[in-house]
Design a protein around this ligand. Structure first.
Ligand code: NAD
Ligand code: TYD
Length: 347
């Protein structure tokens, strides 16, 4: 089986690529990534010489290139993760999200549809999406697979649009597809623009921790390797034309999560209890900030037998340890353009 994985140099994609390359030596894995600011080949360095692994540097916005790559490598299945993924960046540059998340996805769908048109047997377009397409929840309730789409940010609107196109290609052209919508991921290799690695980086550098609004926003956190295992299961056992919600059964208000992270960091850095939490600073809220996300993961649990393998406390400690053990990784990704982004966003 020849599997095209897009976005495999990014955070979640790199864990999916590693899992597939190491668990399935009989599959050929093609990691296609444009290496934007968020893509980093260091994330897959340990498997780069594997005989079943090929890296393809390419932009999914280049429609012709997608067609040519399908012709050249004859992919059987696609796991599509490449995307612009950060809500704050989508607020300052929505078009970049339309280009990659919507048009880039359509380019891949067209290439797959045309290449597979004579034989759809054993083909699959597996699209990785987010719970943010469902919009926001009040104090109660959970997102299920049938919750109506109601996106609030340019990021979630672009992901919702791409989900609709994937489904439409399934209905209109018979393209075999699956979509999974996952909650917030955390873990090793996450770019320090998202909450947990950004706050880790600021705590070790004794910089302010910029909490948006009152900090009472809720997210449902999942350890990235648990997400990769869920993707493996859905890819192999999921039903054509289905959606699966993936979540950690693990809701945290931002402030509580930040305090837990600060406590772990105090211990790891030998600081007095409460020292890191003194860095907490309340800043202007994110426009259109979704109040609460929470996933009902019953379907993937009962139909495919998936559940998270680590508790949040265990996962967060593993994550902190990974960042502490990989200071070079963090140094490399925060040099250069990162500072420009940071100053624009926070100063
Ligand atoms: P990421 O930003 O860490 O990685 C995205 C990767 O895509 C990078 O390697 C980047 O170089 C690549 N890429 C971006 N534009 C590209 C283009 N035009 N052509 C080719 N490659 C391009 O993102 P992530 O957090 O790993 O998210 C991966 C996927 O999972 C995304 O589709 C995202 O919407 C979805 N998702 C993320 C989360 C989360 O919490 N991070 C949760 C649910 C779903
Ligand atoms: P983030 O990691 O950007 O993920 P998402 O917006 O996709 O959920 O943010 C997680 C939560 O943390 C969200 O409620 C926004 C908040 N947040 C802050 O309070 N300060 C920050 O600097 C960042 C990046 C996020």
């Amino acid at each position: 089986m020849k599997i095209l994985i897009t976005g495999g140099a990014g955070f979640i994609g790199s864990h999916v690529v590693r899992l597939f390359v190491t668990k399935y030596p009989e599959y050929q894995i093609y990691n296609l990534d444009e290496l934007t600011y968020a893509g980093n080949l260091e994330n897959v360095k340990d498997i780069e010489h594997s005989s079943n692994y090929t890296f393809l540097k390419a932009d999914i916005n280049d429609a012709e290139k997608m067609v040519n790559l399908f012709k050249k490598y004859n992919f059987d299945k696609v796991i599509h993760l490449a995307a612009e993924s950060h809500v704050d960046r989508s607020i300052t540059d929505p078009l970049a999200f339309v280009r990659t998340n919507v048009i880039g996805t359509i380019n891949l769908l067209n290439a797959a549809k045309d290449h597979w048109k004579d034989d759809l047997e054993n083909k699959l377009f597996y699209h990785i999406s987010t719970d943010e397409v469902y919009g926001t929840l009040g104090e109660t309730g959970l997102f299920t697979e049938t919750t109506a789409y109601d996106p609030n940010s340019p990021y979630s609107a672009s992901k919702a649009s791409s989900d609709h196109f994937v489904r439409a290609y399934g209905e209109t052209y018979g393209l075999p597809f699956i979509i999974s919508n996952c909650s917030n991921n955390y873990g090793p290799n996450q770019f320090p623009e998202k909450l947990i690695p950004l706050f880790f980086n600021n705590i070790i550098s004794n910089k302010a921790l910029p909490v948006y609004g009152d900090g009472k926003y809720t997210r449902d956190w999942l350890y990235v390797i648990d997400h990769a295992h869920a993707i493996d299961l859905v890819f192999h056992k999921g039903e054509n034309k289905s959606t699966y919600n993936i979540g950690g059964f693990n809701e945290w208000q931002n402030l509580d999560l930040i305090k837990l992270l600060c406590e772990i960091m105090d211990k790891r850095l030998g600081r007095a209890k409460g020292e890191s939490a003194k860095l907490i600073t309340y800043v202007k809220d994110r426009p259109g900030h979704d109040k609460r996300y929470a996933i009902d993961a019953t379907k993937i649990n009962t139909e495919l037998g998936w559940k998270p393998s680590v508790t949040f406390e265990e996962g967060l400690e593993k994550t902190v340890d990974w960042y502490l053990e990989n200071p070079e990784w963090l140094k490399n990704v925060t040099s250069g353009k990162y500072q420009e982004y940071y100053d624009k966003q926070y100063v």
